[in-house]
Design a protein around this ligand. Structure first.
Ligand code: FPP
Length: 237
């Protein structure tokens, strides 16, 4: 049972910093190290797709200073890491409503997505200003526009056609969804794409997440039985 796609809700940066009497942004900085080691571990495991929830549509409600420090961190990380990631065979892709970010950041994100390596070993999707409901609503809007133009398409508008308008339409569904930080919520992440994902809620705070935590999740995944609505007997037959 091979894993094609892992998605991660990276939670717990703020608490990690607070435990050390440091500002929350110190936790986000430490979180970048975990991002780096998780990417490396995913490449090493031969898993071709990784999606990281870096900034949700709800995160704009945080204190202005934290949001602006996070934006700085994204900008610096993209600038610093992209060439090295490309050299390792990692192709970057940003998903979410990017229009709300500064022009400078949008340009950097666009440029980073265009610098694909010759041989892609891992497609890394970074979800920024992303929300699962937003994704479904924007797909619905695109379908409505199509049908308004060509009403004869309506009878053909099923699950597959609808899904082709979602973010990550050309990628496999999420097999493993991990949330660090001990909370048991999906928080409006990849709602449609995680329909049959095995979910792992880990207590570890994101800055402490590393290759061995990822390996432990992968091992536990291997012991789960994915039935996709069928019975155990049918799966084993
Ligand atoms: C959630 O922890 C984390 C975030 C909102 C930001 C995630 C960002 C990073 C890991 C750093 C940069 C990422 C990239 C892709 C360059 P929290 O602040 O909600 O933690 P808390 O629940 O302990 O308060």
């Amino acid at each position: 049972m091979s894993i094609q796609h892992i998605a991660i809700i990276m939670d717990g940066n703020g608490r990690w910093a607070t435990q050390r009497n440091r500002p929350r942004t110190f936790g986000h900085q430490a979180g970048v190290k975990s991002v780096r080691s998780t990417i490396e571990a995913t490449v090493k495991s031969g898993i071709p797709y990784l999606t990281l929830f870096a900034f949700s549509s709800e995160n704009w409600n945080r204190p202005e200073k934290e949001v602006s420090k996070l934006m700085d961190l994204f900008l610096k990380s993209i600038q610093k890491e992209t060439p090295e990631l490309n050299a390792k065979g990692v192709a970057l892709n940003f998903i979410g409503d990017l229009s709300r970010f500064s022009e400078k950041l949008q340009i950097k994100m666009e440029a980073a997505s265009q610098q694909a390596p010759e041989q892609v070993r891992l497609t890394l999707n970074i979800a920024v200003n992303y929300g699962g409901r937003w994704d479904i609503a924007q797909a619905a809007k695109q379908c409505c526009e199509k049908v308004l133009k060509s009403p004869e398409l309506l009878p053909h508008l099923g699950i597959e056609e609808f899904a082709s308008h979602l973010c990550l339409a050309d990628q496999p569904a999420v097999d493993v969804l991990i949330r660090t930080g001990g909370e048991h919520r999906i928080s409006n992440f990849l709602l449609w794409q995680s329909a049959y994902a095995e979910i792992f809620f880990e207590d570890v705070l994101w800055p402490d997440f590393n290759e061995s935590t990822l390996q432990s999740v992968i091992e536990r995944f291997m012991n789960r039985e994915r039935r996709f609505g069928q019975t155990s007997e049918q799966i084993n037959a």
